[in-house]
Design a protein around this ligand. Structure first.
Ligand code: PMP
Length: 344
C-alpha cells in the first residue's frame, strides 16, 4: 500500500472513459415537466429511477456513518465484483487472487472478463498462509485480491487482512456479505486508513432481500467515482431502491431477525454435533454452517429426496455440506432427517 497509485491500477480505457450522461444527470429535481427521457408520460413506474440512488445512500450513510460519496449500489454484490474486474484488470494481461475454498463468483467473473485468477489455498484452519502469499503480492500484474470474510463456504472470519492491505499496492476487495451475522467489526471502519480498500456488503442476507438484488460497495470517493462511471446508468431499479429503503428504515426487524438466526444457529450446531453422521462442525461467523459428514454425496442426495436442500460442498471441502440456518421448523426437519439417516 506504501506505493499505492490509483491511476496506475485502473484500466486505461476506464481511466479515459467519458461516461454516459443520462437525462436524469442533468436535472436533479423531482418535480417539473419531464420531456427529456422519451418515457411514457402515463403510469407509476414510467420514469427512469435515480441513477445514483440518493435516498437509499443517505439512509445507509446515516446508519453506517460513511459519506454518500463513499457508497456505491449495484445489482447485487455480484455486480460490484464484476465491476471491480472491469475497472482494475486489463483482460489477457492482469491477474486477480483469491484464497480457496471461497465464493465461486470471483472465478466466474474472472473468466467472463478474461482475467487470470491465481488461487492460493487457505490453511487447515481456513486462514491465509502468510508465507505463501508474500511472493505473490510482488507480481506486478496482480491488481486485485478478493478476501471473503466471513468466508463462504467455510463460515470463519479471515485474519491478517491488514497485512495484505499494508503489503499490496493493488486493490484489496473484502467481501462482507455475511458481516451482519458476525461479532467482528466491518472493515468499513478502516476506509480512511487504506486507500486501496473496497468493502462489499449486500441486502441479500441479513436484510432479507435476496430477490431484490441490491449490493453495496464502500471505498474511497475516487474509487466510488470509477464504479459510478462504469456501471450501467440505471443499474438499481425504482422498485429495488424502494424495497432497500423500506428495509433500512426498519432497523428493529433487521436486528431481531439476526438474533433469531444466531440463536437457531447455536441450537442447530449443538443438535448436529450429537449425530453420528456428523464428524465435525466448523466454527461460523455467518448464517450457515459447514459440516463434515460421513458421506456427503449420499447424505446430500438423501436430504434432496426429502425435499431438504443443502449445499453439497464435497467437491471443494472433502465430505462437507453447507447448511443455511432456516426457520426453527425448517431446522427441525433437517435435524430429524439427519438423525434418521443410516450410513449405507
Ligand atoms: N458474496 C458472497 C460471499 C456471497 O455468498 C454471495 C451470495 N451467495 C454474494 C457475494 C452475492 O450476493 P448478492 O449478489 O446477492 O448481493
Amino acid at each position: 500500500m506504501k506505493d499505492f497509485n490509483l491511476e496506475n491500477l485502473v484500466r486505461p480505457n476506464i481511466l479515459q472513459l467519458k461516461p454516459y450522461s443520462s437525462a436524469r444527470d442533468e436535472y436533479e429535481g423531482n418535480t417539473g415537466v419531464f420531456l427529456d427521457a422519451n418515457e411514457n408520460p402515463f403510469g407509476n413506474l414510467n420514469r427512469y429511477p435515480d441513477p445514483y440512488q440518493k435516498e437509499v445512500k443517505e439512509q445507509l450513510s446515516t446508519i453506517k456513518r460513511i459519506p454518500v460519496s463513499q457508497i456505491f449500489l449495484g445489482n447485487g454484490s455480484d455486480e460490484v465484483i464484476d465491476l471491480a474486474f472491469r475497472i482494475f484488470c486489463t483482460p489477457g494481461r492482469d491477474k486477480a487472487l483469491v484464497f480457496t475454498p471461497t465464493y465461486g463468483m470471483y472465478e466466474v467473473s474472472a473468466n467472463i472478463n478474461n482475467i487470470e485468477l491465481l488461487q492460493l489455498p487457505l490453511n487447515k484452519d481456513f486462514q491465509i498462509d502468510k508465507n505463501a502469499v508474500i511472493p505473490v503480492l510482488k507480481d506486478e500484474n496482480l491488481k486485485l485480491i478478493f478476501i471473503c470474510s466471513p468466508n463462504n463456504p467455510t463460515g470463519n472470519s479471515i485474519e491478517n487482512i491488514d497485512f495484505i492491505l499494508e503489503n499490496f499496492n493493488g486493490i484489496v476487495f473484502v467481501d462482507e456479505a455475511y458481516i451482519d451475522f458476525s461479532p467482528r467489526k466491518s472493515w468499513s471502519e478502516k476506509l480512511d486508513q487504506y486507500p486501496n480498500l473496497i468493502i462489499s456488503q449486500t441486502f441479500s442476507k441479513a436484510r432479507g432481500l435476496a430477490a431484490v438484488r441490491v449490493g453495496i460497495a464502500y471505498s474511497s470517493p475516487e474509487i466510488i467515482a470509477l464504479f459510478n462511471k462504469t456501471k450501467p446508468p440505471y443499474n438499481v431499479s425504482q422498485l429495488n431502491q424502494e424495497a432497500a429503503l423500506v428495509a433500512l428504515v426498519d432497523e428493529k426487524k433487521y436486528h431481531d431477525e439476526i438474533q433469531a438466526i444466531l440463536k437457531e444457529k447455536v441450537r442447530v450446531e449443538k443438535a448436529l454435533a450429537k449425530l453420528p453422521v456428523v464428524k465435525n462442525i466448523y466454527p461460523s461467523d455467518a448464517n450457515f454452517i459447514l459440516a463434515e459428514v460421513t458421506e456427503a454425496d449420499k447424505i446430500y442426495n438423501n436430504l434432496v429426496e426429502q425435499k431438504i436442500i443443502t449445499r453439497n460442498r464435497n467437491n471443494i471441502v472433502a465430505n462437507c455440506i453447507r447448511v443455511t440456518i432456516g426457520t426453527p421448523q425448517e431446522n427441525d426437519q433437517l435435524i430429524a432427517a439427519l438423525k434418521a439417516y443410516k450410513n449405507r
